[in-house]
Write a protein that binds this ligand. Structure first.
Ligand code: BDR
Ligand code: CA
Length: 320
């Protein structure tokens, strides 16, 4: 089996940080680059955080490129309630051991994908601004990726509004471009990430690795747990973003269905909602013609959360 090559576009963010460490530490794939976008915090902070995570994980050979500092159309909305003022509150502040690479994230995405067609697993765990811009710059990116996996969206309840999830809500126009492109998007939604809350037992196992990386992740999880306890009724915080990396590493730990996906752009109450129609829904609701729908996207509906955390712990151990 050839090793998959992952390019991660992210907005760290506590769970993005764990996604970076999972992708960097796993032996099942190679992380070839990190690109950053504004989302959980402003771009300067998400980029600094990506560099700080790379410093803790001692993954200095992986380039980090900064991308767009705001959504395509709307003003930026950040998430300090869940990620703090720095975007990575909790562990003591880490001074990155290097700067971001010179150049723009969108150029790096386009060049990485187009220079090696069929090779790159592109994963996005923040708003889809950079990916939409890459598709506009070079539409052949859609055919040239090996696969494209995102954390975002929901077919059940949202986490910003009743129906919208944060990453899609922040830049729905970018998401509409991404879902409308001629490729298959694997969308790992809240419905799945909420099945995989991080228990105190798992957090203890990470702490007990006894390494700088283990301590760092445990402190991230402690802050994140507190934020979820304050703002939701979840006591075990869903660690959303690593689920998208896990899909690339081990798709068999998910149950996945085919679906058509559209993004609501104008609804007064529903802007940023992903409208998911599963292919198996053979009987269209009365008066609706679903014949024209193209269920080319993939939506996991179940995850083996034990297997997810085994992947994460195995990767963190490798980074010791
Ligand atoms: C998503 O929003 C962000 O706050 C997280 O990093 C994750 O990507 C969950 O809705
Ligand atoms: Ca994120």
């Amino acid at each position: 089996m050839t090793t998959k090559r992952i390019l991660l576009d992210c907005d760290p963010g506590h769970d993005d940080a764990i996604a970076i460490l999972l992708a960097a530490g796993t032996t099942r794939a190679e992380l070839v680059g990190i690109t950053t976008v504004a989302g959980n915090q402003t771009l300067d902070k998400t980029t600094r955080n990506a560099l700080a995570v790379a410093t803790v994980g001692r993954i200095g050979d992986i380039p980090v490129f900064a991308g767009h500092d705001r959504p395509l159309v709307r003003p930026l909305r950040t998430a300090p309630r869940f990620h703090g003022e720095s975007g990575l509150d909790g562990p003591s502040r880490i001074v990155p051991d290097r700067d971001a690479s010179s150049g723009h994230a969108v150029d790096f995405i386009v060049e990485s994908v187009m220079s090696s067609p069929g090779d790159v697993s592109l994963v996005a765990t923040g708003p889809l601004t950079n990916v939409a811009a890459a598709l506009r710059r070079e539409p052949r990116v859609a055919q040239a990726v090996h696969e494209f996996v995102i954390m975002g969206g929901a077919y059940g309840p949202g986490n910003v509004t009743q129906t919208a999830e944060f990453n899609i809500f922040v830049d729905p126009e970018a998401a509409a471009i991404v879902f409308g492109a001629p490729w298959s998007v694997t969308m790992v939604t809240l419905d799945v990430t909420h099945q995989a809350g991080c228990t105190r037992h798992v957090q203890r196992r990470i702490e007990e690795l006894g390494t700088p990386v283990g301590g760092f992740v445990s402190r991230l999880l402690e802050f994140y747990r507190g934020a979820y306890l304050r703002h939701t009724d979840l006591s075990d915080p869903p660690v959303h973003d690593p689920c998208a990396i896990a899909y690339v590493l081990s798709p068999e730990i998910f149950e996945t269905r085919s679906a058509a996906i559209d993004v609501e752009l104008t609804g007064r109450w529903t802007a940023g909602t992903t409208v998911v129609r599963f292919a198996e829904a053979r009987e269209p609701p009365a008066g609706r013609d679903l014949e024209h729908l193209d269920p080319r996207h993939r939506v996991p509906v179940r995850i083996d959360s034990e297997a997810l955390y085994e992947l994460i712990i195995e990767a963190l151990r490798k980074l010791a």
